[in-house]
Design a protein around this ligand. Structure first.
Ligand code: ASP
Length: 359
């Protein structure tokens, strides 16, 4: 009797604690990443896996060219008959990578790309490496059309999630958007999750490009704005992220005011400044407070209820896109900042705005 073939998924390994081993110098990625699959041999009962050793690093060391590598690894295999893709990744920057891939694939993505990782190495028997891997492979069989993070008991939209704890197995949260699914005996998919569409969504508009030269400054009381002056004048700096207090509030009192810096960035340097928040959840960054309004009036771009990870990936992605639009003559240099503002504030792949379905 011939056995029914198992559904196929592609598992892309990039590193992280989920595959790490203990060494005298601390936890490190293994010498031989192909051993990774040994942590869950029972997976062959569920799926047939193509294993791709793409990277082998602590995700602390991920950079935008790694995002591009991951995106290309999936894109090149998109027509190979997989139900979905799983990317094993470190937790420290998983939410940046999942946001970046969501922008790279855009709205026509019609299959699941599932990030997962772990808080413990596979050696910890009661840990989460094996179970998170098995669950992510199971989630990749669902008819989802999103980049997601599957971690612990939840599936989150990749561009809405952020890390919230460095030890607990419940390591991620989605502060301004509900989970897409709860992992129970079954994968309890919520109606808000974007589903695969029969017949596809049209050709993927694949844009895995992310601009360099972004500087983020987390505001602290008493931070002297003049410390930023050399950076904003540098040709290497293409944009600034001010991580604000509360709902987008930025100091505006003499001596410590960031308003002149924002004005100089926009009016003289012709470079954008965006404002993120430590608390993306309820805040729309449409700040009712005078210091928040002053920053926006000076030309800063608020990022709504985006997570800081999504805002960072989107900022790099939008800058690369607008650069291309300028090269093609579709956007004039005098309209650069306005175009960046327009792209940053529109909802591209469900990364910002109220809880509503995206098509
Ligand atoms: N430092 C690790 C990493 O991000 C942490 C983890 O995977 O949990 O690769």
């Amino acid at each position: 009797m011939s056995k029914k073939p198992k559904p196929r998924i592609c598992l892309i390994y990039t590193g992280g604690t989920i595959g790490m081993i203990e060494t005298p110098d601390g936890l490190r990625p293994p010498e031989n990443p192909s051993d990774f699959l040994k942590i869950a041999p029972e997976l062959k009962e569920l799926v047939e896996i193509e294993f791709v050793e793409l990277l082998n690093k602590d995700s602390t060391n991920m950079n935008p060219s790694d995002w591009e590598k991951m995106a290309r690894a999936v894109y090149e295999r998109r027509n190979n008959g997989y139900k979905g893709f799983v990317i094993a990744h470190g937790t420290d920057t998983m939410h940046f990578s999942s946001s970046a891939l969501a922008f790279a694939f855009g709205r026509n993505l019609n299959f699941p790309i599932v990030f997962t990782g772990a808080q413990t190495t596979p050696r910890i028997l009661h840990g989460d490496a094996r179970i998170n891997l098995v669950r992510a492979c199971r989630v990749a069989l669902e008819p989802l059309a999103e980049v997601v993070i599957s971690f612990g008991d939840f599936v989150f939209r990749g561009c809405r999630a952020q890390k919230k704890d460095e030890r607990k197995f419940d390591a991620f949260e989605s502060p301004a958007f509900p989970p897409l699914a709860y992992i129970t005996e079954r994968i309890d998919m919520q109606p808000i999750a974007r589903k695969k569409r029969n017949g596809g969504r049209g050709e993927i508009e694949f844009r895995p490009y992310f601009e360099k030269g972004i500087l983020q400054v987390a505001l602290i009381p008493g931070l002297e704005p003049k410390l930023l002056q050399p950076a904003i004048e540098s040709g290497d700096c293409r944009g600034i992220i001010l991580q604000s207090f509360g709902a987008g509030n930025v100091p505006d009192e003499a001596g410590y005011s960031f308003i002149p810096i924002i004005k100089e960035m926009v009016e003289i340097q012709k470079k954008p400044t965006i404002i993120t928040s430590q608390f993306p959840a309820g805040s729309t960054l449409d700040s009712p407070y005078a210091p928040g309004k002053a920053a926006v009036d000076a030309g800063a771009i608020p990022t709504g209820n985006m997570t800081y990870a999504a805002a960072t990936a989107k900022f790099r992605w939008v800058l690369a896109l607008v650069k291309e639009e300028m090269k093609k003559g579709e956007v004039s240099p005098s309209n650069k900042i306005n175009q960046i503002r327009k792209r940053m504030t529109e909802n591209i792949i469900g990364e910002v705005g109220p809880v509503e379905p995206i098509d």
